[in-house]
Design a protein around this ligand. Structure first.
Ligand SMILES: Cc1cc2nc3c(=O)[nH]c(=O)nc-3n(C[C@H](O)[C@H](O)[C@H](O)COP(=O)(O)OP(=O)(O)OC[C@H]3O[C@@H](n4cnc5c(N)ncnc54)[C@H](O)[C@@H]3O)c2cc1C
Length: 187
């Protein structure tokens, strides 16, 4: 059983997987290459002067894998509760995890299909989002949401930050104590 399955490898999902994998959590990152970010051009991402969406997304996925996440290109069709966690069904198989993070961008169909409570979105062109608490929890135990699908401002630096925030909350819950990831400058 994975510690966490992240659904979506845009800025929100890959950022979350970077944190959970680096924390030593067994992480599976599932995506189907349908994210919006690959169509964007960025000049407002902190610390990066300018970058194309495909490069940003590709680098994020590689960073997650380098830190230990497993990445699979599969479409998730279902998530349901099982003993001690959740079962995640894709077009190619079934996986189990203690926690599932929805980072599906503007696509809310999976969230609705699995029974996540939703509410109207506030951002331009984002009609419906998952109803999450401030930590990122949905109404389904063990299912969390981050990024555009969780209703944050539709900007990559914010969705990436939200993915990191929710990942840190999941890691903290798994560890039973508050988690921080601080590396010190190498001499
Ligand atoms: C044309 C355009 C220009 C933009 N320009 C800017 C800009 O200049 N600056 C800026 O900050 N923001 C910009 N944005 C917005 C930015 O792309 C988003 O705010 C943000 O990056 C969204 O990140 P996300 O991770 O929430 O979603 P996404 O990047 O959309 O990622 C969603 C992920 O979920 C996956 N997924 C969805 N459903 C499933 C499923 N059932 N199974 C498996 N995988 C699934 C997708 O494959 C994808 O990997 C722009 C967006 C567009 C469309």
């Amino acid at each position: 059983m994975y510690d966490i399955i992240v659904i979506g490898a845009g800025p929100a999902g890959a950022s979350a997987a970077i944190f959970t994998a680096k924390a030593g959590k067994q992480t599976l990152l599932l995506e189907n290459n349908k994210g919006m970010t690959k169509r964007a051009w960025f000049e407002n991402y902190y610390g990066i002067t300018e970058i194309g969406g495909p490069d940003l997304v590709d680098t994020g996925k590689k960073q997650a894998v380098r830190l230990g996440a497993e990445l699979k290109e599969e479409t998730v069709t279902g998530v349901s509760p099982i003993e001690g966690g959740l079962s995640v069904v894709t077009d190619q198989g079934t996986y189990e995890a203690k926690h599932v993070l929805l980072a599906t961008g503007a696509l809310v169909d999976l969230a609705q299909h699995i029974g996540v409570a939703t509410k109207p979105g506030t951002e331009p062109r984002i009609k419906t989002v998952a109803d999450v608490d401030p930590a990122g929890r949905t109404n389904i135990p063990g299912v969390w949401a981050a990024g555009t699908v969780a209703g944050v401002s539709v900007h990559a630096v914010i969705t990436a930050g939200d993915g990191a925030k929710v990942a840190i909350n999941i890691i903290s819950e798994l560890n039973g104590e508050r988690y921080v990831d601080h590396d010190v400058l190498k001499a």
